[in-house]
Design a protein around this ligand. Structure first.
Ligand code: KIV
Ligand code: ZN
Length: 511
């Protein structure tokens, strides 16, 4: 029988730290539910001492995800560890994940501590964490650039203090498979009590080797892999969960290890994350990219039609990509819509179905064919949890080669039920719309990023607009989908405005 490798997902912690990937609480909870459905063993939900938002994320994820272990990251100081434990109070299976750097370069320049001092901090951190819970993970940050004798010494000490998982991160994505193998093998040979803990690996992708390094470490004896959906994370990202899991599954002949991942949920997890953050998945991304199963060359198509094995090493279905997605149209009823959602794996209660149906009929008036991607977009956009302070009521935009762009926009302020109409001008219709909106809200935004993509097929495709907007020094994402790009832009911008208003309300009520 194959041995089990635990999948530790850090999308909500290391992943969320990366530029453009920040998520608000509601978005983190949506992602956490999806990670739970995906079957991850450990879900790292945040770094509670870092901010109140991180603290709330760990606490709320721990309440709603009862199956996986919920991990909270902390340094080795008492204040950090106590704060993590507080955030984990409601977890069914809590884990304190404490870390300190062990490389000389970090000791000298970042911590300004001696090896002896860091050894003692590692020991005392684990000892304190252990007084709260049995499940304690210790990470030796920058392990792969640490002196190997010293690393062995630290790992032996933290296991002595009761660490149940010892993580050997390649923090800066510097190692290569043969070196990482050597490090893991050395730890297994030299650390006297290594059999009392699980060895974990955590690889960054600076040289594009995160997945290869993680697999090498598994072959050398590691039994937990830390990774993220779509490989998001600091700098070049972390090891990609979907690539690791499918490599283990497709090449189980050479790597006889099982993960508990429901691979059919991989594509949905990838799309959910991309939809939340607005960070698009590159088309040629392994496993979950749009082209991962597309066969363009005639000779390939011919082969695949005769036998898929000619050019496909895994089926699209095995990662949750459906190949036959059209079906619903203008005349489809509520029942058919509910059934289709069920087929796609979403069970909607009556109020959710009513809401989805209303959005569906609106879309069906604009589009002949409704694809599965449209239905996912309905759920993800229509069900966003941020209170809509401002709603778009009407929009008229003019643009052309011989005129200056201008727009007239009407919005409803739901706090007093007042509609107002404003006008704006700009380089193009989107700028004009934004100027008009800014004149009616009490916020002025700076557009940092603007992205449009087609999320469905056909000439009447739905386009999705993502924006990153800065209001008073903090940036917010906004998104909306529509068959009309200017309409989607206005609603995406208002989505960011509403997030900024919501954050402002929350900080006022917390003060
Ligand atoms: O990359 C790293 O070293 C980390 C640790 C905190 C686990 O993210
Ligand atoms: Zn990391």
């Amino acid at each position: 029988m194959s041995e089990r490798v635990a999948i530790f997902d850090t999308t909500l912690r290391d992943g969320e730290q990366s530029p453009g990937c920040s998520m608000n609480l509601e978005e983190k909870l949506r992602m956490a539910r999806q990670l739970d459905a995906l079957g991850v063993d450990v879900l790292e939900a945040g770094f509670p001492v870092a901010s109140d938002d991180d603290f709330a994320a760990v606490r709320e994820v721990a309440k709603i995800c009862r199956r996986p272990v919920i991990a909270a990251l902390c340094r080795t100081t008492p204040q950090d560890i106590e704060r993590s434990w507080e955030a984990l109070a409601d977890a069914a299976h809590p884990r304190i994940h404490t870390f300190i750097a062990t490389s000389d370069i970090h000791l000298q320049y970042k911590l300004q501590k001696t090896r002896e001092e860091v050894l003692e901090m590692a020991r005392s951190g684990v000892r304190l964490a252990k007084s709260f819970t049995n499940d304690v993970e210790f990470s030796a940050e920058d392990a792969t650039r640490s002196d190997l004798d010293y690393l062995c010494q630290v790992i032996e000490a933290v296991i002595e203090e009761g660490a149940t998982v010892v993580n050997i991160p390649d923090t800066v994505g510097y190692t290569i498979p043969s070196e990482y193998t050597h490090i893991i093998e050395t730890l297994r040979q030299r650390v006297r009590n290594i059999d009392q803990a699980v060895i974990s690996v955590h690889c960054h992708n600076d040289l594009g080797l995160a997945v290869a390094n993680s697999l090498a470490a598994i072959a050398a004896g590691a039994r937990q892999i830390e990774c993220t959906i779509n490989g998001i994370g600091e700098r070049a990202g972390n090891a990609s969960l979907e690539e690791l899991v499918m490599a283990l599954r497709v090449r189980r002949d050479l790597m006889p290890f099982e993960s508990g991942i429901v691979t059919e949920e991989l594509y949905r997890s990838s799309q959910t994350l991309s939809n939340i953050t607005g960070v698009l998945v590159q088309p040629n991304k392994a496993v979950v990219g749009k082209n991962a199963f597309a066969h363009e060359a005639g000779i390939h198509q011919h082969g695949v039609l005769r036998n898929r094995l000619t050019y496909e090493i895994m089926t699209p279905e095995s990662v949750g990509v459906k190949t036959n997605s059209i079906v619903l149209g203008k005349h489809s009823g509520r029942h058919a819509l509910g059934k289709k959602y069920e087929e796609m794996g979403y069970t909607l209660g009556r109020p959710e179905l009513d809401k989805a149906y209303k959005l569906f009929t609106k879309l069906a008036d604009q589009k002949k064919e409704i694809f599965e991607e449209d239905l996912v977009a309905i759920l993800q956009d229509g069900f966003a949890q941020i209170p809509e302070r401002y709603k778009l009521r009407a929009l008229e935009a003019k643009a052309g080669t011989a005129i200056n762009a201008s727009a007239t926009v009407t919005i409803l302020d739901t706090t007093n039920d007042q509609e107002s109409t404003g006008t704006g001008t700009g380089d193009g219709p989107v700028n004009a719309v934004i100027e008009a909106i800014d004149r009616m809200t009490d916020l002025t935004g700076t557009l940092l990023d603007f992205n449009v993509r087609s999320i469905t097929r056909g000439t009447d495709a739905v386009g999705e607009v993502f924006v990153h907007v800065e209001f008073g020094g903090t940036s917010y994402t906004g998104k909306a989908a529509s068959t009309d790009i200017i309409d989607a832009s206005a609603r995406a911008y208002l989505n960011a405005v509403n997030k900024a208003c919501y954050a402002r309300e929350r900080s006022r009520s917390a003060a």
